[in-house]
Design a protein around this ligand. Structure first.
Ligand code: PLP
Length: 476
């Protein structure tokens, strides 16, 4: 270090504020209102320590300058912390079941049910008798109603459901599965890994694109416990392919006194064929085919909360219900409340109107084009019109996401945003920094917004986010 620098450093050290001085600043007092005194003091100490470590590289400054600088850093540190945690965002990506953005948004009824159940509720209480009731009794009845299964059970998520079924019915034995179904879903759910964790051994049969009943036949030994069918959610094998259907495989399994279990993944509780999702397996059809147990997610196409739904033969479900693992994997009251309210809409026949996932799937490209046109008009009118942005409507595709119906794109109208001075990355970042944050996509070097996944009531917030000047340019 040069003598001049060393002198500056020493001088600066004397200018460093104490924690006490820092927490008396207006910034710190403001932060303390939400963070609390104790935590603000900790944050203040951390910021001062960080600053001290950089002193040698700083020019000489006055006490007021140093304090102002550290105050600013304290504010930044707190702002950064505010960005973490679970917050509401506007999903303008057009990906309906966006795993990073909380998958299925809940219906208004489900949100209300969650809020109501957040206090005391009848989770395990029977209002009729005034005695202890069974957890999930209503939700289980609803799933029976909708799937035609003899009995059902709800656990924490579909991964837990698959692990549970395989552990209880196949641990120590072998599970036969087609090579075409040894899939990885979402990067952290791999069928072979779940199988080995459950203590079952994997017996792969057939080839990636073709598996026949004869292949299953050859693989059966006295150690075989279960035949597993997995819906290869997030990808498709097309072309020269063959797979026994659920009914054939069920008949085959029962002939060999084996359990047949099908993991539907996303699963459709009603037939989505008219929405162009013909490939998604329908829960009731699977049960009707004679499959013993099915599992599917609560927060994919069903449009409810994170949950794993297990449905099937009553003696098998009873075995699961009485197993200690059920206690380990059980869902909480908020989940049951949301599942019940979501399923009630399906039973009423109002799912298309009520469940956001269904609404978003059902929007036609014509209605979206109209919405986009209105939106752009509103954006171009009114106070604070932002001339620097250029908006253009272009055709595009929304995605279902959540590993459902890969390859199915839904026609949509996108709003492409460009700016004379900002790059697409800067625009995208700016939208992400707005309040609430707007999550957009970059396509062909332009930021695009898809209103399919933006509820109409969020449109004013989206307009504000696009109009608002970035913090540094205010008043310019
Ligand atoms: C998504 C999926 C899972 C995992 O479901 P989670 O509810 O996310 O745990 C399991 N199996 C299949 C086939 C899936 O598509």
């Amino acid at each position: 270090m040069s003598p001049v620098r060393a002198a500056a450093s020493k001088q600066n050290l004397r200018m460093l504020p104490s924690v006490d001085e820092l927490i008396r600043t207006a910034t710190a007092i403001g932060i303390a209102e939400s963070a609390g005194q104790v935590y603000t003091a900790k944050l203040a100490r951390r910021v001062i320590d960080e600053y001290r470590a950089e002193l040698s590289s700083r020019p000489e400054m006055s006490k007021a300058e140093v304090l102002a600088e550290i105050e600013k850093r304290l504010d930044h540190a707190w702002q950064r912390e505010q960005l973490t945690g679970t917050r509401r965002v506007i999903n303008a990506t057009g990906v309906i079941i966006h795993t990073n953005l909380g998958r299925a948004p809940l219906s208004a009824n489900a949100r209300q049910a969650v809020a109501d159940a957040a206090g005391y509720c009848t989770l395990e209480y029977d209002l009729d008798t005034g005695k202890r009731g069974r957890r999930a009794a209503r939700a289980e009845k609803q799933i029976v109603e909708l799937t035609g299964a003899e009995d059902t059970l709800i656990v924490n998520n579909c991964a837990a459901a698959a692990f549970f079924v395989l552990t209880v019915f196949a641990a120590g034995g072998e599970v036969v599965i087609s090579r075409g179904e040894l899939v990885e879903i979402g990067g952290d759910f791999r069928i072979p890994d779940v199988l080995s964790q459950s203590g079952a051994e994997l017996r792969e049969v057939g080839t990636t694109n073709r598996t026949k009943l004869a292949d299953y036949e050859k693989a059966i030994t006295e150690r075989t416990r279960l035949i597993l069918r997995v819906h290869p959610s997030n990808y498709r094998i097309v072309g020269f392919t063959a797979m026994p259907d659920a009914a054939e495989l069920a008949e085959f399994a029962h002939r060999h006194k084996l359990i047949i279990y099908e993991d539907l993944g996303s699963g459709a509780i009603v037939d989505f064929a008219d929405l162009g999702l013909g490939d998604e397996p329908v829960a009731a059809k699977s049960i009707e085919s004679g499959v013993d147990i099915i599992t599917f997610s609560g927060d994919k196409l069903l449009g409810g909360p994170q949950a794993g739904i297990i449905a099937g033969k009553s003696e098998l479900i009873a075995k699961l219900r009485n197993h200690p693992l059920y206690r380990v994997l059980r869902a909480d009251k908020l989940t049951y409340a949301a599942v019940e309210a979501t399923l009630a809409a399906y039973i009423r026949g109002t799912a298309r109107e009520e469940i956001p996932v269904m609404q978003m799937l059902s929007q036609t490209s014509e209605s979206l084009a109209k919405r986009v046109q209105d939106f752009v008009e509103r954006l171009n009118k009114g106070p604070g019109k932002n001339n620097a942005f250029k908006l253009e409507v272009v055709d595009g595709q929304s995605a279902i996401g959540g590993g459902a119906a890969p390859g199915v794109g839904l026609e949509t109208s996108l709003i492409a945003i460009t700016h004379s001075k900002m790059t697409p990355i800067e625009i995208e970042k700016r939208l992400r920094a707005s309040q609430p944050p707007v999550i957009a996509r970059i396509l062909d070097n332009r930021v695009v917004l898809d209103l399919r996944t933006v509820p109409e009531e969020d449109e004013p917030d989206l307009i504000n986010a696009i109009r608002s000047e970035p913090p540094g340019e205010r008043g310019g």
